[in-house]
Design a protein around this ligand. Structure first.
Ligand code: C2O
Ligand code: CU
Ligand code: CU
Length: 505
């Protein structure tokens, strides 16, 4: 049976932030996937951040530690990943229970080369919950991609195995994708970075290669991670502390004149990160699916949930250069709109004296051919619907008017056929759209009748579709099987904004 995935609450209650509980239709709430069925209910709004818990700032930035390769065979990467409860000391004096991969949150960094074979033995040690590992953005076979249709039951294990094709170098990541539990397992700590490198990298090695993975932590007064509230489910969960590699506003020392390569990962459930680096000049060199054709200098970047960017940052002024959030209007329903401007995520201390100059970036990074003319055109319309139900206002998240159903194939496509997907956001919030199993090319954005091409040609697997916007993209699936497409605000994915494309030969 297909469950209703509506959020039901009194809008008036939400607007005042009062006691929604009594006015919610508890029957519907209990029927929602991923909800606590104990009947003690759900808070309307997240509790205010606990003032007593202070997260230390200003520690030296930790590099995410690498997952060791257990194989000594050339071209084979083999390792174990276990998802299990762990504790982390985020704030002085409290141990926070989290979910972790191999005891770490964010999980260990997997780094391999194009053409490598990857074999990961995954154990799900999360008590009482299914899990999976989904290889976000990666060209892996559908049955190795950790879809909700292929759960790994608690206490069991499976092997994920895939061969990485030539040309697949990019900044991917991995996270759980079990039905109804993805959002929660991710905000409790399960996400990791997967970098595929190329042996012919045009970016000077002296720039380094530093992963910056953003997560969004909320701590209750007792140091535990609270469950989602009604407001979290509507807007997606936004935490109280944006962490970088698990740290709050860490520091990095660089010599004057240095250029550094950073891979930025938005691994938050729902936080839109519009970022500037102060006086340090940012140059975009890559996106979700790897390098651009040529570097592009920018003033700021928007990193929607699940998106990645590769940047080269030039530190040409002594003193502090801060990676900071800027205001961004992503649409918000109800109370508790987070103040997301002016957060310092990383502080780079640039020395007074210069070191020997670094080589410049090459003018050309690689060639990206356009995908070509589409054979098929499809439309995907995002809506959030509110309507009067028996017990109050009802709210749901839909693609083409239906909520996700694991038993239903929404779209059938053919291996190797180029398609034009038109993603239309008729809702009041931004929705970052993601497709599994492939990388696409954005053709254009349209809003209020105005059509704009993207700033550069790029491979992407996630694109923000702003309120009232239409995004047209070209894509092609190279491997058969069922693939998910969904909004990457994970609470919206959970509440129905997801579909299945079945790719046949
Ligand atoms: Cu990060 Cu279904 O994806
Ligand atoms: Cu994905
Ligand atoms: Cu969404």
């Amino acid at each position: 049976m297909h469950r209703r995935t509506f959020l039901t609450a009194s809008l008036a209650t939400l607007a005042t932030g009062g006691h929604a509980l009594a006015q919610m239709k508890m029957d519907d709430m209990k029927a929602m996937p991923g909800m606590d069925h104990s009947g003690h209910g759900m808070a309307t709004e997240p509790a205010k951040p606990a003032a007593s818990l202070v997260l230390k700032e200003g520690e030296a930035l930790r590099e995410v530690s690498r997952l060791a390769n257990q194989s000594d065979k050339a071209g084979l990467f083999r390792a174990k990943l276990t998802a299990a409860p762990a504790t982390v000391r985020f704030a002085e004096g409290v141990e926070t229970p989290v979910l972790a991969y191999n005891g770490m949150t964010p999980g260990p960094l997997i780094e391999v080369f194009e053409d490598d074979r990857v074999e990961i033995d995954f154990t799900n040690d999360i008590p009482g919950e299914d899990s999976t590992i989904h290889w976000h953005g990666m060209p892996v076979p559908a049955d190795q991609d950790g879809n909700p249709m292929d759960p790994v039951a608690s206490g069991t294990n499976r092997r994920y195995a895939f061969d990485l094709p030539a040309g697949s170098a990019a900044s991917y990541w991995f996270h759980p994708h079990p039905h109804g539990k993805t959002a929660e397992q991710v905000y409790r700590g399960l996400a990791g970075v997967f970098v595929v490198k190329t042996r012919a990298d045009p970016v000077p090695a002296v720039y380094g290669d530093t992963v910056l993975v953003f997560t969004d932590l909320r701590l209750g007064a007792d140091g535990t991670i609270p469950e989602n509230s009604m407001v979290d489910l509507m807007n997606g969960r936004v935490g109280d502390h944006v962490l970088v590699n698990g740290q709050k506003n860490p520091t990095l020392d660089v010599p004057l004149g240095a250029k550094r390569r950073f891979r930025l990962y938005n691994a938050t459930n729902a936080r839109f990160l519009k970022l500037s680096f102060g006086a340090a000049v940012m140059t975009v060199i890559g996106t979700d699916g790897g390098l651009l054709e040529a570097p592009v200098v920018v003033d700021d970047v928007l990193l929607a949930p699940a998106e990645r960017l590769e940047l080269v940052v030039s530190f040409d002024k002594p003193g502090a250069a801060r990676l900071e959030t800027l205001a961004y209007e992503r649409g918000w329903m109800g109370p508790g709109k987070p103040d997301d401007a002016g957060l310092a995520l990383l502080t780079v201390n640039v020395s007074e004296t210069a070191r020997e100059p670094m080589p410049p970036l090459p003018e050309k990074l690689r060639t990206i051919a356009t995908l070509g003319s589409p054979k098929i055109n499809r439309r995907f319309v995002f809506t959030e619907k509110m309507g009067m139900g028996a017990g109050g206002m009802e709210m749901g998240f839909f693609i083409n008017d239906v909520a996700f159903d694991m038993q239903r194939v929404d779209v059938t496509a053919k291996v190797g056929e180029i398609e034009l997907w038109e993603v239309i956001n008729k809702a009041d919030m931004d929705h970052p759209f993601h497709v599994h199993g492939t990388q696409f090319q954005v053709v254009e954005h349209e809003r209020d009748g105005k059509v704009t091409p993207p700033a550069y040609r790029a491979w992407k697997d996630t694109v923000n579709v702003a309120q009232g916007e239409t995004v047209r993209l070209l894509l092609k699936q190279d491997q058969p099987g069922q693939r998910m497409y969904h909004c990457h605000i994970l609470e919206h994915e959970q509440l129905g904004m997801m579909g299945i494309v079945d790719v046949t030969v």
